[in-house]
Design a protein around this ligand. Structure first.
Ligand code: AMP
Length: 509
């Protein structure tokens, strides 16, 4: 019985010791070598007094080292916290603080950058993973239970502070065991990991591979930098399962490099994380009739995906939307209608609420935000039964499938990234010299017109100086591509709120 996610890996190491389980660029490692190395690192971490249940961040570009970091942290009975190396220092330090981190794993390539972000006098220890050698390679007797936390993923927070979503082992196991069975994955699959490790789509890739003993191939930065090179990469690596955000499917289709014989080994193309446009699916399905296409839906707070829709028919040219489908086993979906009722009937429209085994424990160190987003099921006064309020607006169609209608708030998805416009606004208005700032998102059919824009009032800063300051505060993907400086009054609605529609028109005209 698997109760802890690292056991997936060790079991595969026993079954397929000499198989190259982990692959990235020209590097690969067998299940056995990775298992023994990460046992040794975990023994070292524990021998140095790391307390069970601690949060251990790792900071490095995606590589076999990062997977070794994850396994070593889990095997230390601790929870891992991935940090994006492109994050600005303010964000990194906020994550370190919330995680109460005393140790961070880096590699030789990321060490100096990480150290340069730490404030003077910082007491954080670092472990340089690719300098580690030797040690006791025996498997620890794990103390953790499946209810203990496996990872904390930080997502954008509307008040300017990122939120750390706490996910226990049992949530991942429930999700992964279902994925393996639903997609009939086995050791003969070859699974790609496209998503960054700080994005929860990566959970699917890592743990379906560990659990089945399939080869895992990490899409590294160099391939991502020139997206069409991904086509050759998928073909050459004989990838059978590719899980990505729809933006990637759409960019590859637009590149016009997709050919009907590009992916002979592909069995599954799974899209998740943002709206999947029907015309993109049509383009792919016409080219690859041998591939199964699935739309999966879910926020980080419910462990990757709580609903799914296998796309059986090629969408027609007039089709408006691809459903996000029905709940996966052990998860239940409700629509909270305008009058506050929870409904599951055809035609219901409102906010999507989710309950089930894989709902997160909330946000690390932030009970206020946790209590707002995670509520006790009002129809259950017998036991603790949390509903996650997604903020997504949905409708149930005649087939009982859920349709995604949009957001109830200012959260957006841009190039697969989840962004609270409020986080950018908070960063903007914290800059000395900025009197007022409003951030908007233009979602257009034309990629060149899609993007984040800001209307800013400042007497002292020009656009260049403003953006330089902002880059120190938010990750690169949150930096607005359009800025309009304006010193007179901002457009407002009758009740004195910012008129975001007019502001969007002004910034993107
Ligand atoms: P994240 O926590 O980064 O996975 O982002 C979760 C949010 O992405 C959801 O609350 C939705 O707004 C959006 N999302 C995820 N999957 C889908 C999907 N299949 N269709 C439409 N929106 C999605």
């Amino acid at each position: 019985m698997t109760t802890l996610v690292q056991q997936y890996f060790s079991n595969s190491a026993r079954r397929f010791p000499d198989k190259a389980g982990l692959n990235c660029a020209d590097d690969s490692s067998t299940f056995r070598d990775s298992d023994l190395l990460t046992n040794a690192i975990a023994n070292h971490i524990c021998a140095n007094g790391m307390e069970r249940g601690s949060f251990i961040p790792f900071f490095m570009s995606k590589s076999i080292n990062s997977i070794h970091s994850i396994l070593s942290i889990l095997k230390s009975d601790c929870a891992y916290v991935p940090i994006d190396v492109a994050s600005p220092p303010g964000r990194i330090n906020s994550i370190l603080e919330v995680s109460n981190a005393s140790l961070v794993i880096v590699d030789k390539a990321s060490k100096e950058l990480f150290l340069s972000h730490l404030p003077d006098g910082s007491k954080i220890d670092i472990l340089v993973i690719d300098e580690f050698s030797g040690g006791d390679t025996s498997e620890r007797d794990y103390q953790n239970l499946s209810i203990d936390i496996a990872y904390v993923l930080f997502t954008s927070g509307s008040t300017g502070v990122p939120k750390g979503v706490m996910i226990p082992h049992k949530a991942i196991i429930d999700y992964i065991d279902w994925c393996v069975s639903e997609y009939e994955l086995s050791s003969s699959d070859v699974i790609a990991n496209h998503a960054p490790l700080y994005f929860d789509n990566s959970t699917f890739d890592l743990y379906t591979a560990f659990s089945t003993g399939a080869e895992l191939h990490l899409v590294h930065d160099a391939v991502n930098a020139v997206l069409p090179s991904l086509i050759k990469w998928i073909r050459n690596r004989k990838i059978s399962t590719f899980f990505c955000v729809p933006s990637v499917m759409s960019m590859l289709l637009r590149s016009r490099r997709l050919k009907s014989d590009s992916f002979p080994d592909l069995r599954h193309m799974i899209a998740a994380g943002e709206v999947l446009p029907p015309d993109v699916v049509r383009g792919w399905m016409e080219l690859y009739p041998h591939v199964q296409f699935t739309n999966m839906y879910g926020p980080t707070e419910i462990t990757v995906d709580c609903s799914f829709h296998v796309i059986r028919e090629i969408p027609t040219p007039d089709q408006q939307t691809i459903p996000i489908g029905k709940a996966r086993p052990n998860m239940e979906l409700f629509v909270r209608t305008e009058n506050g009722e929870l409904q599951q009937a055809v035609g219901a429209r409102g906010e999507l609420l989710v309950r089930g085994t894989s709902v997160a424990y909330g946000y690390l160190g932030d009970s206020e935000k946790t209590n707002k987003a995670f509520i006790q099921n009002p129809n259950n006064d017998v036991f603790a039964d949390m509903l996650y309020c997604t903020g997504d607006l949905v409708e149930i169609d005649a087939q009982g499938d859920y349709l995604f209608l949009g957001r109830a708030d200012e959260q957006i998805k841009y190039l697969g990234y989840r962004i609270e416009l409020g986080e950018i606004e908070a960063a903007l208005t914290s800059i000395d010299g900025v009197d007022e700032g409003v951030v908007v998102f233009n979602d257009s059919d034309k990629p060149e017109e899609t993007g984040i824009g800001a209307l800013v009032s400042s007497e002292t800063l020009d656009e260049k100086a403003l953006l330089a300051e902002l880059r120190d505060k938010v990750p690169p993907y949150m930096v607005p591509s359009r800025v309009l400086l304006k010193t007179d009054d901002f457009p407002r609605t009758a009740n004195e709120k910012y008129d975001r529609k007019s502001i969007k028109r002004l910034v993107f005209r």
